[in-house]
Design a protein. Structure first.
Length: 856
């Protein structure tokens, strides 16, 4: 009996041990269908890893996913594994996942049992909405029908066109594609539809077999959409949609034709009223404002009488209540084109962080020899919305650079700039010997796919490059001081990543690289790099090119004479009856005087007729002067002065304007007794008015206004210190005086500077005087004066914005006078104020977040 009990006990122990050695997946966060941007969570029945590995990202392939999806893994607890795809899952795609034995790396002697393979799919492509609207033809302005099809995913226009069938009043129509690139909105133009004063019954059929861009699953059923297209002589409001990105709210009002922009605000009423801007598009107009509150309810009313661009008119008032709902968590850099950050500045970058309590900041240094490779592979480096810098184009940044900084930051601890946050790049480059640029990545630690990235160069070297046919000119200046930088090492790198030329800038900060035609296209310059002491900077030519289409950059057009003329008048504006005094200087292309040669002058009126022709001889300096008397009835407008050689080669032109205008009747001067002031001192402002070519302007009405504002104090000798006074007033009283000038046309007014303006830094007062002539026409004069409200200006410099606990924090202080010169022996009271914060949970819409709150 005792032996039987022992055997049963042993069997029970073996069964218990067997159960403990088996691990199951007891929970997942996904089912048959998941969103594209979703992480996969796997919860195991036992502890899988030691505590030291919790919260660390890894590239170990714990899970096999088909189709293959790049991503990263993280254990959020001992039992929970999270997979976050780098770019999200593909739309309209079926997936299978299999948990591999690699999850047992720290579970020796255990086995994985139960379900380890799962299947799911991402949402299928769907037609969300189909809208028809009228638009004026570009040829004759007649109404043309267009159909806009909105999908939930990006599709190829040709794929939609091949499956589309359109019937209008039971007649088949063949629509023409307007959209040429893959998009979520596909626009068609329908020709052959007469503009009649009646509604058109329309049926849209989209046959099965459509898939999205990047998707693999196709639709299995036909989709039919019925609609009534109103007459182009009617304007109907089809739909109103709202959106909010955490910064600004938008209201999109969809109509059956584009509305007239003139007086649009007279027809649109928002309640409660907010200040907004609007944009009119072919099938809708957008109302945008940063004043829209996510938590508030609004009412939009579009009044009867609003007209469309093809003749329609809104017959009745349209009204609808609006709300913006919850704001999705967002991460993005506000300035998508920002690339250069001064190495001697504050290194601040503005970023929009919405409904995210913590962010992980990583900085990866991409080395010089890999910059071109990265730029080619990652697309536009200043675009926050490119998908993946880790694997984009097959390039892993870990192969072309190294991570030099990583930190998780509480977003409430970041400085605010309006509604955005300020990210200070206060990090130490651990690899300063290896030149390169920096990839800044900010991501949500919980949802790794939600992230923003930006490539930047941190340097004080400012570069400008001018590329010619057989030469490249580089200008190097200090970003902080704008002074030219001599002896900067410049390298020119071709498209094949080969250095084609190196050199140093001259005393003016200029280097010219002259070259013949390259042996192959690969040697054509694509990247210019600069080294100066410990500074390094780059300028990729194909990414920083300035669009000059808006500017006159044609340069000098040479003529066969080899001469160029500079023509000017004694002023640019004349009245009929006056005399235009015209001068010209002639030089050759080497800026040499051509000597005493004859030239021809032609003056043309605004209507193109010739006013006068002259023959002049240049003096020994290569110039001449002449004058043209205008008649009292001369036409107003631009008069053109053309200069020719004796054989009628045009060497220069200029224009002078003739207009009727009323000159000032009085001349006014404003004088102030001192250049600078202190609180408590008077400012004496003197006015003197004199009639033009006559006696003093006596008994003339005048007004004098003194307004004051704070300006920043800055020391040229010590610019790294902050002299700003926190808490000081920024608003000051404005003082007015008025009266009449005396018999000599003079007036004096006194403004006493209030003594309570002491210790407010530097103030600037503007004295604005206005004297009215006998007709009431004003003549204005303005003077500025600085008010120094203190004898000593204290500045502070913080060496590190973030300090670690248990380590000393250094603050440098300085005392300077109003000229920025250091004052020795100055006494000051220094107070160190400690602010304590506690972490509280607050609700924002449907989200809960943790934030830091100051303890009073």
């Amino acid at each position: 009996m005792k032996r039987i009990i022992l055997v049963l006990f042993a069997v029970a122990a073996l069964i218990s041990c067997s159960k403990q050695n088996k691990i199951k997946i007891i929970e997942t966060n996904f089912s048959n269908e998941i969103e594209v941007n979703t992480s996969l969570n796997f919860t195991f029945s036992e502890e899988m890893i030691p505590d030291s590995l919790i919260g660390l990202w890894t590239d170990t392939k714990f899970v096999q996913i088909a189709p293959e999806t790049e991503g990263r893994f993280k254990w959020t607890s001992n039992e929970k594994l999270v997979f976050v795809p780098n770019t999200g899952f593909a739309p309209s795609t079926s997936y299978t996942v299999k948990v591999t034995s690699k999850v047992l790396e720290y579970s020796e002697g255990r086995t994985l049992t139960g379900d380890t393979e799962f299947a799911f799919q991402t949402p299928m492509i769907e037609l969300i909405d189909a809208r028809a609207y009228w638009e004026g033809s570009e040829k004759d302005g007649k109404p043309v029908l267009k159909v806009n099809m909105l999908f939930n995913q990006t599709v190829e226009p040709q794929a939609v066109a091949s499956l589309l069938n359109l019937k209008i009043d039971k007649q088949d129509k063949t629509p023409t594609l307007v959209t040429t690139a893959a998009a979520e909105e596909i626009v068609f133009m329908v020709e052959g539809v007469e503009a009649e004063d009646k509604d058109l019954k329309t049926k849209i059929t989209l046959a099965k077999g459509l898939t999205s861009l990047g998707g693999s699953m196709r639709t299995t059923n036909d989709v039919t959409e019925d609609m009534n297209i109103p007459s182009p002589f009617k304007l109907n409001v089809v739909n109103v949609q709202t959106g909010h990105d955490g910064i600004a709210g938008t209201i999109s009002v969809y109509t059956t034709q584009a509305v007239n922009e003139e007086d649009l605000k007279k027809f649109v009423i928002l309640s409660p009223a907010v200040k907004y801007e609007y944009e009119v598009l072919p099938d809708h107009f957008i109302i945008k404002s940063e004043k829209f509150n996510v938590k508030s309810q609004y009412q939009i009313t579009i009044k009867e009488g609003l007209e469309g661009k093809v003749g329609g008119k809104l017959k009745h008032d349209y009204s609808q209540p609006l709300s913006f709902g919850e704001v999705e968590p967002t991460l993005r850099f506000t300035d998508q084109k920002e690339f250069y950050v001064s190495g001697k500045g504050s290194r601040n970058i503005e970023i929009s962080i919405i409904n995210i309590s913590k962010v992980e900041v990583q900085i990866i240094k991409i080395y010089e020899n890999n910059i071109l490779n990265y730029l080619r592979s990652s697309g536009s480096y200043y675009d926050d919305y490119y998908y993946d810098d880790y694997y984009y184009g097959g390039v892993d940044v870990n192969d072309i650079g190294d991570k030099i900084y990583s930190e998780v930051i509480n977003t409430d601890n970041l400085l605010n700039r309006g509604i955005n946050k300020v990210l200070t790049l206060d990090f130490e480059d651990k690899l300063p010997k290896y030149p390169g640029v920096y990839l800044i990545e900010v991501n949500d630690p919980n949802d790794y796919w939600r992230r923003a990235k930006k490539l930047i160069a941190i340097s004080d070297i400012g570069l400008m490059v001018k590329q010619g046919k057989n030469h490249v000119t580089v200008f190097a200046n200090s970003i902080k001081t704008t002074q030219p930088l001599p002896d900067v090492d410049i390298s020119f790198i071709g498209n094949n990543n080969q250095v084609t030329f190196t050199g140093k800038t001259d005393a003016s900060g200029v280097l010219i690289y002259n070259h013949e035609d390259f042996e192959t296209h690969g040697f054509k310059t694509k990247l210019v790099t600069a080294h100066y002491n410990s500074e390094y900077n780059i300028i990729p030519l194909n990414r920083t090119r300035v669009n000059t289409s808006r500017f006159d950059v044609g340069g000098l057009h040479q003529n066969p004479s080899g001469l160029q003329a500079f023509i000017y008048g004694d002023r640019n504006l004349y009245r009929p009856g006056e005399t235009m005094n015209i001068s010209a200087i002639i030089r050759d292309y080497k800026w040499k005087s051509p000597g005493s040669i004859p030239v021809k002058v032609k003056i043309s009126t605004p209507n193109g007729k010739t006013l006068k022709r002259l023959k002049k001889s240049l003096n020994e300096y290569g110039s001449f002067e002449t004058n043209i008397k205008l008649s009292a009835s001369a036409a107003t407008g631009f008069y053109v002065v053309d200069l020719y050689t004796t054989n009628d080669v045009l060497i220069g032109s200029s224009s002078l304007k003739v207009e009727e205008f009323m000159p000032d009747r009085i001349r006014v001067s404003l004088s102030v007794d001192k250049e600078e002031y202190k609180p408590g001192e008077p400012i004496d402002a003197g006015i003197e008015a004199v009639n033009m070519f006559g006696p003093p302007a006596a008994n003339r009405n005048y007004e004098v206004q003194m307004s004051t504002s704070r300006i920043s104090f800055f020391s040229k000798d010590h610019p790294e210190y902050n002299y700003y006074i926190e808490g000081a007033d920024n608003y000051f009283s404005t003082f007015y005086r008025d009266g009449e000038t005396d018999s000599e046309g003079k007036a004096t007014n006194e403004f006493i500077i209030p003594e309570e303006w002491e210790d407010m830094g530097v103030l600037r007062s503007s004295i604005f005087a206005t004297v009215f002539d006998e007709t009431g026409r004003p003549v204005n004069r303005l003077k500025f004066r600085n008010i120094y409200t203190q004898e000593v200006f204290f500045g502070a410099k913080v060496n590190n914005y973030y300090s670690k606990t248990g380590q000393p924090a250094r603050f440098d202080l300085i005392a300077v006078d109003k000229d920025g010169k250091t004052l020795s022996g100055t006494k000051a009271n220094i107070e160190l104020i400690r602010h304590e914060y506690k972490t509280v949970m607050s609700r924002s819409g449907n989200y809960f977040r943790y934030r830091s709150e100051k303890v009073e």
